[in-house]
Design a protein around this ligand. Sequence first.
Ligand code: BGC
Length: 753
Amino acid sequence: MKKVIQYAVLALVIAGCSREMSPQDRLTVNDKKINEIIAQMTLEEKVEMLHSKTNMSSEGVPRLGIQDIKYTDGPFGIREENGDGFRPLGWTLDSATYFPTGSALAATWSKEMAYKNGWAMGKEGRLRGKDIILGPAINIQRLPVGGRTYEYLSEDPVLAAGLSVEYTKGSQEAGTAVCLKHYALNNQETNRGSVNVIADERTMREIYLKPFEAAVKEGGAMCVMPAYNKVNGYYCSENAHLNNEILRDEWGFKGMTVSDWGGTHSTMGAALGGLCVQMTGDNYFGQALIDSVRNGALAEEVIDAKVREILRLRFAIEPVPEDVANTIMTSQPETQKIAYEIAQKSIVLLKNEVANLPIAKDVRKIAVIGQNAVLTTASGGIGAGVKTLYEISPLEGIQKRAAEAGIEVVYAPGYKNYVMRMAWGRPASTTADPLAANSTDEPADPVLLAEAVALAKDADMVIFFGGTNKSIETEGSDRKNIDLPCGQNEVVRALYEANPNLATVLISGGPTDLRALEPYSPAIVQGWWNGLEGGTALAEVLFGDIAPSGKLPFTFPLKLEDSPAYATGSFPGSNTGEDLFTLMYRLDATGYTREQIQEYIANLPDPISEYKEGIFVGYRWFETKDIPVMYAFGHGLSYVDFEYGALSLKKSKKSIKVSFTIKNLGEMEADEVVQLYVKRLDSAVERPLKELEAFDRVNLKAGEAQKVTLEFPVSELAHWDNNSNQWVLEPGKIEILVGSASDDIRQSIQTEI
Ligand code: BGC
């Protein structure tokens, strides 16, 4: 009995300690041991840790038995093993699980799914012997055309923050550190290696830094990747304001930073500006760093601090022994199941005007039209491509499900697709492939169109697959526009005229311009780039086995010019130019010599991207300026209706809790994502019309009612005051709005703070 009490007391003490210790402070528990190690190290040994060893590793301390740090790309699949210049090594056990891409994960609005996604990535990372996943990628989706919009989560910081925290916890609890990227304001690919982003402090704090702050403070992220771009005049890898003052001093970050690949630009600047590891190369953080210390320009303590931060991560993350790593296939049934679950929850039903979804029971023959039904989406798009173990395409998913129901499925490509063919590093713009277009604005091909129309006429239902692909939305370049490529609008119109029982499925990572397609699509589904079970999940939604439950993590504007960066003339502006990454790593593709490239980089122009819209990003802009959109932030229909009961409120000094009953009025089980927005009623400060503060996903059986409580900290209602340079909580009246989408508010209640 005595022993039991002793243990109970001990447990309480430990629990008490860890309750007091922030996730970041927990990283410091080995500091005494770490300081002893540092004291034994030579300057050369220390500096050896501060730059790449290989393309995806940095050195440990071999003499003291401290293992190297091994990195791997994410964020939605552990990248295959590659050597110098990212050349794939052709291993056989490194096929990974391809998880739904960033915007698809975000469309689940599920913290649970984000946790599971991170956990599964962490698990697979361990199987491959990796210590750090280069992800999650949590920048705000500022531009609809952004090449990495599909990698990023949302246009809203609260949604992105909630998911980033959970992904981080999941991965790190599975044993692999995350590296939050790309810190910060990395919102465009155009000139990403040199663009100077100009944003005021309020815009940074309230919008762009929020997900990073949360993942560091609440998630305990152990690594952060400074981005390629500059922020207010300084490269992120040498931006003392971002890396030292905000990340370390304010947020209490205790882990390490690693530059984006090729994103280090100086020795002293980066050393004093908060960078720990140069990736890749050692021209700045090698001999030059040793010389700077030896000639007295740089204090050795600065080097020690970097080594300490790296060793904290090294001690927190167990190295995987060489003979254990890579002994079984990276992708495992357990993690594949998680990818599948995320896909099921991510699909967004944008429109279902005549309820032709789910597919009616009397449909006997379906014409599937469009190359996007067969195009795989795991690989491509540069760093975030995945060598997946397998991938069920939408057509395969439909065929399998239809066969079970005895339904016939016919397929035609319908249009040519623009696919940039890449022999390793060598883009081949022309190809003998009869289904490949030479550009995205090539009109519909009359032969393919006629074939598709003939199939449509002869079927009970048409499912048209449109959208983009990974040659169009990719790291390294932004889209020129958000138009549907290769004559897709013409094709859908002809199909609808042939057979109006038509549903459109969009396979893309970002938004597209749907003005021309929408009148000819009684139903529209956003199907994303949805991981290795994407086709299976999609078929379940189309056939009504499950109800769609995804909600848009970004706005579909009516037209590109309406979106904030375009409307304010801050993008593209003078933003044209080559991609630094391509220049540095694709010598074979560019045809330049190393010297020519170095000269080019030294003389890079200094394009500016001024975030003139300020905090009015995404729906904050459209709502405040009263600009109509095609589909609003948070929008997504179900096959059932939900009834929202009246709101009741519980307020304390610290938090606001809102409770209500939600009822599934339909005849099938369904999930609803409930969203809580706050509107200021009497604010003297310029603010968006309303802002998301809380959300949850609720599962309801047919006819079931449940009580839901959403809670958010009052401190979240503070704004950043640019004059006093601090968070200020302005008292006043607020209206709390709860609903199914930003434009579908069902209940509201007023209170004061
Ligand atoms: C990308 C990063 C990626 C890194 C390593 C860079 O080009 O911006 O997101 O992690 O390459 O592949």
